[in-house]
Design a protein around this ligand. Sequence first.
Ligand SMILES: Cc1cc2nc3c(=O)[nH]c(=O)nc-3n(C[C@H](O)[C@H](O)[C@H](O)COP(=O)(O)OP(=O)(O)OC[C@H]3O[C@@H](n4cnc5c(N)ncnc54)[C@H](O)[C@@H]3O)c2cc1C
Ligand code: FES
Length: 353
Amino acid sequence: MPPLTPPADTAAAVTPSTSNGFTPLRVKRVVRETADAVSLVLDVPDGERGRFAYRAGQFVTLRVCIDGEEHQRCYSMSSCPALEPDLQITVKRDRGGLVSNWLNDTAEVGSEYTAAPPEGRFVLTAGEREVVAFAGGSGITPVFSLLRSALSATARRTGLYYANRDRDSVIFGESLSQLVAQHADRFTLHQHLDAADGVVTARHVADFMAGRGEAEVYVCGPTPFMDTVEAALLDLGVPEERIHLERFTPVAAPAPETNGAAVTEEVTIELGRTTVTQPYRAGNTLLQTARLAGLKAPSSCETGSCGTCMAQVTEGSARMLNNDALDDDEVAEGWVVTCQALPTSPTVRVVYE
Ligand SMILES: Cc1cc2nc3c(=O)[nH]c(=O)nc-3n(C[C@H](O)[C@H](O)[C@H](O)COP(=O)(O)OP(=O)(O)OC[C@H]3O[C@@H](n4cnc5c(N)ncnc54)[C@H](O)[C@@H]3O)c2cc1C
Ligand code: FES
């Protein structure tokens, strides 16, 4: 695989190229949102606009090369396709994180990264229901796009519960205030600051949901925030199918000896015209097993959100650590998101479409 974004010190030595659906995109504008977050407006070449068309709430997979090593990360669009021709992502520094800090430190107009076309299922559902979102920190990115889409293209009522550490961490603060002014009749914003209010609790969620029980609810943010909000929504009786989750970090896998997978001996994987039987290593997901078998299995978010890695278990069984992508019918037919699926029978056969 060619390096798609060169390390800063070798920028002139590397020519990015389109490969495996990844396309070089040049940064045409950089917006320093806060000390910890940067928005990058990416120039999509005319010939690629069709492939890079997206729905509010979706993300692109960026591949960068730092110090000679390639890294792949997903970033949601913070732009709104109904309002802006350009594609914008917003990257918040993850403390100790590699790519987010590198992008914040080095991105400039003219920088070139390669990206795979947009995907993801964290998108507006059809219908008239109110749209309520709970966003924490960088989780505002897809939510900002979703809400502006709902406000510009529909007559739906909308509400945003937006949690941040403190005032300095708030991304899009000014734009959100403008949205409130423009749509005072149908957009409610509640800003929660941990520094003043403590961490978000079930009580905060219940208060914001009062009178909004029929809404479609979108949740995106750090894992503990998402866990609190999801549990509170379920306790309030919001049906699972109306709770839409976008996870930025994978659910932690249990220790192999407690995950029920130790009994598995081998996994047979069909991908395209290739069929491989691979001895199973306890604790590995089906996606990891496919990679160990030398297969280039499709993947993107690796959190169970996008469905890119889905495959059907046609023999044996598997369980998912997390599934925010497949509906009940698909699961009943044996489909799994392989990035989250652990085999649970002595042998398993998995077929990628
Ligand atoms: C669908 C999707 C959409 C996303 N959208 C956005 C978005 O819009 N904006 C955004 O900012 N992010 C988004 N993310 C998250 C993003 O993809 C990255 O995960 C994030 O930027 C962190 O990447 P990183 O390389 O900086 O951190 P990494 O280097 O991957 O590290 C992640 C964390 O692990 C810790 N860590 C790393 N190595 C170790 C180790 N050896 N031991 C212990 N801890 C370690 C780091 O300290 C850090 O906290 C999205 C993710 C997904 C899946
Ligand atoms: S890679 Fe996105 S659900 Fe598995």
